[in-house]
Write a protein that binds this ligand. Structure first.
Ligand SMILES: [Zn+2]
Length: 198
Protein backbone atom coordinates (compact mmCIF):
# COMPACT_ATOMS: atom_id res chain seq x y z
CA UNK A 1 0.00 0.00 0.00
CA UNK A 2 1.52 3.30 -1.05
CA UNK A 3 1.17 6.53 0.86
CA UNK A 4 -0.76 8.04 -2.08
CA UNK A 5 -3.32 5.23 -1.87
CA UNK A 6 -3.56 5.67 1.89
CA UNK A 7 -4.24 9.37 1.40
CA UNK A 8 -6.96 8.72 -1.18
CA UNK A 9 -8.68 6.28 1.18
CA UNK A 10 -8.29 8.63 4.14
CA UNK A 11 -9.94 11.42 2.14
CA UNK A 12 -12.88 9.17 1.25
CA UNK A 13 -13.37 8.29 4.92
CA UNK A 14 -13.13 11.94 5.91
CA UNK A 15 -15.56 12.92 3.15
CA UNK A 16 -18.09 10.47 4.60
CA UNK A 17 -17.41 11.87 8.11
CA UNK A 18 -16.44 8.30 9.03
CA UNK A 19 -12.96 9.34 10.15
CA UNK A 20 -12.93 12.25 12.54
CA UNK A 21 -9.82 14.19 13.50
CA UNK A 22 -9.82 16.01 16.81
CA UNK A 23 -9.47 15.01 20.44
CA UNK A 24 -11.58 12.05 21.49
CA UNK A 25 -12.20 10.19 24.71
CA UNK A 26 -12.30 6.48 23.84
CA UNK A 27 -14.36 3.91 25.75
CA UNK A 28 -11.05 2.70 27.26
CA UNK A 29 -10.70 6.15 28.90
CA UNK A 30 -7.68 6.97 26.73
CA UNK A 31 -7.49 9.99 24.42
CA UNK A 32 -6.93 9.85 20.68
CA UNK A 33 -6.56 12.24 17.76
CA UNK A 34 -8.59 10.00 15.44
CA UNK A 35 -11.98 8.35 15.70
CA UNK A 36 -13.78 6.01 13.28
CA UNK A 37 -17.52 6.60 13.20
CA UNK A 38 -18.38 3.60 11.05
CA UNK A 39 -22.13 4.20 11.04
CA UNK A 40 -21.40 7.22 8.78
CA UNK A 41 -20.42 4.78 6.03
CA UNK A 42 -23.96 3.38 6.00
CA UNK A 43 -25.39 6.90 6.14
CA UNK A 44 -23.37 7.91 3.06
CA UNK A 45 -24.04 5.26 0.40
CA UNK A 46 -22.28 7.19 -2.38
CA UNK A 47 -19.07 7.50 -0.36
CA UNK A 48 -19.29 3.85 0.73
CA UNK A 49 -19.78 2.87 -2.91
CA UNK A 50 -16.45 4.52 -3.82
CA UNK A 51 -14.67 2.96 -0.83
CA UNK A 52 -15.99 -0.51 -1.74
CA UNK A 53 -14.78 0.03 -5.33
CA UNK A 54 -11.25 0.25 -3.91
CA UNK A 55 -11.76 -2.88 -1.81
CA UNK A 56 -13.09 -4.73 -4.86
CA UNK A 57 -9.99 -3.71 -6.88
CA UNK A 58 -7.85 -5.12 -4.11
CA UNK A 59 -9.78 -8.41 -3.95
CA UNK A 60 -9.82 -8.79 -7.76
CA UNK A 61 -6.06 -8.24 -7.96
CA UNK A 62 -5.51 -11.39 -5.88
CA UNK A 63 -7.36 -13.53 -8.47
CA UNK A 64 -8.82 -15.91 -5.92
CA UNK A 65 -11.68 -18.34 -6.54
CA UNK A 66 -14.65 -18.23 -4.16
CA UNK A 67 -18.41 -18.57 -4.21
CA UNK A 68 -19.58 -16.28 -1.42
CA UNK A 69 -18.83 -13.02 0.33
CA UNK A 70 -19.65 -13.33 4.05
CA UNK A 71 -19.88 -10.50 6.59
CA UNK A 72 -20.81 -10.28 10.27
CA UNK A 73 -24.00 -8.34 11.13
CA UNK A 74 -24.81 -5.53 11.27
CA UNK A 75 -22.31 -2.83 10.35
CA UNK A 76 -20.54 -4.86 7.69
CA UNK A 77 -23.67 -6.14 5.91
CA UNK A 78 -23.87 -3.19 3.53
CA UNK A 79 -20.14 -3.41 2.84
CA UNK A 80 -20.16 -7.16 2.17
CA UNK A 81 -23.34 -6.89 0.11
CA UNK A 82 -21.92 -4.13 -2.12
CA UNK A 83 -18.68 -6.08 -2.45
CA UNK A 84 -20.55 -9.21 -3.54
CA UNK A 85 -22.66 -7.20 -5.98
CA UNK A 86 -19.60 -5.69 -7.65
CA UNK A 87 -17.79 -9.05 -7.75
CA UNK A 88 -20.91 -10.91 -9.04
CA UNK A 89 -20.82 -13.33 -6.09
CA UNK A 90 -23.46 -14.45 -3.64
CA UNK A 91 -23.71 -12.83 -0.21
CA UNK A 92 -24.65 -14.04 3.26
CA UNK A 93 -24.16 -12.70 6.76
CA UNK A 94 -23.72 -14.13 10.23
CA UNK A 95 -25.46 -12.62 13.23
CA UNK A 96 -25.42 -12.98 16.99
CA UNK A 97 -27.82 -15.68 18.11
CA UNK A 98 -27.64 -15.84 21.91
CA UNK A 99 -23.96 -14.83 22.50
CA UNK A 100 -22.64 -16.77 19.47
CA UNK A 101 -22.30 -15.83 15.79
CA UNK A 102 -24.38 -18.09 13.56
CA UNK A 103 -26.04 -18.37 10.16
CA UNK A 104 -29.76 -18.12 10.77
CA UNK A 105 -31.71 -20.88 9.01
CA UNK A 106 -32.96 -19.66 5.65
CA UNK A 107 -29.75 -19.26 3.67
CA UNK A 108 -30.29 -21.72 0.85
CA UNK A 109 -26.97 -21.87 -0.99
CA UNK A 110 -24.30 -22.36 1.66
CA UNK A 111 -23.07 -25.89 0.97
CA UNK A 112 -20.09 -27.95 2.15
CA UNK A 113 -17.16 -27.75 -0.27
CA UNK A 114 -17.81 -24.12 -1.17
CA UNK A 115 -15.33 -21.30 -0.67
CA UNK A 116 -15.91 -17.84 0.76
CA UNK A 117 -14.14 -14.60 1.50
CA UNK A 118 -14.89 -12.69 4.70
CA UNK A 119 -15.45 -8.91 4.54
CA UNK A 120 -15.56 -6.74 7.68
CA UNK A 121 -15.57 -2.97 8.22
CA UNK A 122 -12.97 -2.29 10.89
CA UNK A 123 -10.53 -4.78 12.38
CA UNK A 124 -9.80 -4.02 16.01
CA UNK A 125 -9.26 -7.39 17.69
CA UNK A 126 -10.53 -9.75 14.98
CA UNK A 127 -13.05 -11.35 17.34
CA UNK A 128 -16.04 -11.19 15.01
CA UNK A 129 -13.99 -12.38 12.01
CA UNK A 130 -12.92 -15.41 14.03
CA UNK A 131 -16.57 -16.09 14.81
CA UNK A 132 -17.47 -15.87 11.10
CA UNK A 133 -14.70 -18.32 10.24
CA UNK A 134 -15.96 -20.74 12.90
CA UNK A 135 -19.46 -20.57 11.34
CA UNK A 136 -18.02 -21.28 7.89
CA UNK A 137 -15.95 -24.21 9.13
CA UNK A 138 -19.03 -25.65 10.78
CA UNK A 139 -20.69 -25.67 7.35
CA UNK A 140 -17.61 -27.15 5.64
CA UNK A 141 -16.92 -23.92 3.72
CA UNK A 142 -13.28 -22.94 3.17
CA UNK A 143 -12.04 -19.38 3.72
CA UNK A 144 -10.18 -18.03 0.69
CA UNK A 145 -9.42 -14.61 2.12
CA UNK A 146 -10.14 -12.02 4.81
CA UNK A 147 -10.62 -8.34 3.93
CA UNK A 148 -11.36 -5.23 5.97
CA UNK A 149 -11.71 -1.56 5.12
CA UNK A 150 -9.58 -0.44 8.06
CA UNK A 151 -7.07 -2.48 10.02
CA UNK A 152 -6.57 -0.68 13.32
CA UNK A 153 -3.77 -3.04 14.35
CA UNK A 154 -1.60 -1.43 11.67
CA UNK A 155 -1.33 -4.71 9.74
CA UNK A 156 0.07 -6.80 12.59
CA UNK A 157 -2.58 -9.52 12.75
CA UNK A 158 -3.20 -12.86 11.06
CA UNK A 159 -6.50 -14.62 11.71
CA UNK A 160 -6.71 -18.40 11.57
CA UNK A 161 -3.28 -18.42 9.91
CA UNK A 162 -4.38 -16.01 7.15
CA UNK A 163 -3.24 -12.46 6.50
CA UNK A 164 -5.88 -9.73 6.56
CA UNK A 165 -6.14 -7.61 3.40
CA UNK A 166 -6.99 -4.02 4.31
CA UNK A 167 -7.52 -0.78 2.41
CA UNK A 168 -6.07 1.21 5.24
CA UNK A 169 -3.74 -0.13 7.94
CA UNK A 170 -3.64 2.51 10.61
CA UNK A 171 -2.38 2.11 14.15
CA UNK A 172 -4.06 4.91 16.04
CA UNK A 173 -2.11 6.25 19.00
CA UNK A 174 -4.06 6.39 22.27
CA UNK A 175 -2.79 8.48 25.18
CA UNK A 176 -3.35 8.36 28.92
CA UNK A 177 -5.14 11.60 29.87
CA UNK A 178 -2.20 12.78 32.01
CA UNK A 179 0.18 12.16 29.11
CA UNK A 180 -1.95 13.50 26.24
CA UNK A 181 -0.38 16.05 23.87
CA UNK A 182 -3.85 17.19 22.76
CA UNK A 183 -4.83 17.98 26.37
CA UNK A 184 -1.58 19.92 26.75
CA UNK A 185 -2.36 21.83 23.54
CA UNK A 186 -5.79 22.75 24.95
CA UNK A 187 -7.82 21.00 22.21
CA UNK A 188 -11.42 20.52 23.48
CA UNK A 189 -12.11 16.87 24.38
CA UNK A 190 -15.06 15.15 22.70
CA UNK A 191 -16.74 11.93 23.77
CA UNK A 192 -17.89 10.26 20.51
CA UNK A 193 -21.57 9.41 20.47
CA UNK A 194 -22.25 11.87 23.27
CA UNK A 195 -21.93 14.95 21.11
CA UNK A 196 -21.70 15.94 17.50
CA UNK A 197 -18.39 15.85 15.66
CA UNK A 198 -16.07 18.76 16.30
ZN1 LIG B 1 -6.32 14.41 25.83
Amino acid sequence: MTQANNNAILSLFKEADALLQGHFKLTSGKHSEWYFEKIRLIENPAALDRIVDLLVDRIRSEKKAYDYVISPAYGAITIGFLTALKLSKRFAFTQWVEKKMAFRPGWSGLEPGMTAIVVEDILTTGGSIQEVIACLKEKGIAVAGIYVLVDRTGGAVTIDGQPVGSLLALKVAAFDPEDCPLCRAGVPLVKPGASDKK
